[in-house]
Design a protein around this ligand. Structure first.
Ligand SMILES: O=C(COP(=O)(O)O)[C@H](O)[C@H](O)COP(=O)(O)O
Length: 310
């Protein structure tokens, strides 16, 4: 229980972050939690697993990869506790391997869209987006990347560190300089926390502004997203919840307390409508956002009835 709570806290506090990593961490925590459980009867075991799943899902509301990963593992079957544990291990390992392979595959598929000499703009820190840049670079394409700081949590610093390690030239800019630099950009590549059935992309706050600036300058916007970032529940008309984080991420409590008429808003994500997205690059191919329904229907393989029952 202690480790389960620690993992949940790490996701909540963003020590573990990024939609793909959050999903893999949740799957591995469910597997390890199941292995540690000492329940004798299946009913008791199932109840405890349900509690763990709910706790992990509640950590961050926006990344659809998180409930998708948990649903994948929680479809376990078994006549007794040992069988259930074995099935959970199989499903969790399967999810983690598929997820890692997907990020690599996205790199291969997405790199075809990158030309030698391209300047790429990216936002936040997305392993799927960086996978495309890494693959293009590995193919010998001379690219350079403009990375935004991504305040208030500065994920851009992680991005430039990773790019530097890969030997890719990078320029760090403040978030408000996006439009200023857009004229130098050939291609925008960003990640996703969720993709809805109508092709909208939910990603780090500021993504929609970048897409808007790219659209104004007629630059292509590519979203790198594994299929498990697509939201099956959006077929039912459910909206993806936008996480709003603490004001202390933006301004210290003492400074805020000095001001009597000021409040801080800190949404962590925003919605980019499909009109501003040219391509969504998944592990099963690159598609225009209009094809999101096909991905959910054909590749996530979840039935409407199943979704309605949870
Ligand atoms: O918006 C973020 C991270 O937000 P946060 O830092 O708040 O988690 C990333 O672009 C997506 O999660 C995709 O990442 P990946 O491609 O690694 O899954």
């Amino acid at each position: 229980m202690k480790q389960l709570k620690e993992t949940a806290e790490k996701i909540k506090s963003m020590e573990i972050r990024g939609a793909g990593k959050i999903a893999r961490t949740a799957a591995s925590e469910l597997r390890d939690y199941a292995a540690r459980l000492e329940a004798k009867y299946l009913d008791d075991f199932n109840k405890k697993m349900k509690y763990a799943a709910e706790l992990l899902v509640s950590t961050r509301p926006t990344a659809v990869s998180l409930p998708n990963a948990i649903r994948w593992v929680m479809r376990y079957k078994g006549e007794n506790v040992d069988e259930a544990k074995a099935d959970i291990k199989k499903l969790a390992d399967e999810f983690i391997t598929n997820s890692e392979n997907a990020v690599r595959k996205i790199g291969e598929i997405g790199a075809r869209r990158v030309q030698d000499g391209d300047t790429i703009m990216t936002h936040c820190n997305s392993s799927a987006a960086i996978s495309i840049m890494a693959q293009a670079h590995a193919q010998g394409k001379d690219i350079n990347v403009i990375a935004t700081e991504s305040r208030p949590r500065w994920q851009g610093l992680l991005t430039i560190k990773q790019l530097d390690k890969l030997g890719i030239d990078a320029t760090l800019i403040v978030d408000s300089a996006v439009r200023f630099f857009m004229k130098d950009v050939d291609l925008v590549i960003m990640g996703a926390d969720a993709v809805t059935v109508n092709g909208s992309v939910i990603n780090k706050i500021g993504t929609s502004q970048i897409a808007l600036a790219a659209n104004e300058s007629r630059k292509n916007v590519v979203i790198a997203a594994e299929t498990y970032k697509f939201s099956p529940r959006s077929i039912l008309g459910e909206l993806v919840e936008i996480e709003e984080r603490a004001s202390e991420e933006v301004i210290s409590r003492e400074k805020l307390d000095e001001l009597s008429n000021v409040r801080v808003r800190n949404p962590a994500f925003d919605v980019t409508p499909r009109e501003y997205i040219d391509l969504i690059c998944t592990e099963v191919g690159a598609f225009p956002p209009e094809m999101a329904y096909i991905i959910i229907k054909d590749f996530l393989g979840w039935e409407i009835e199943e979704m309605n029952s949870t």
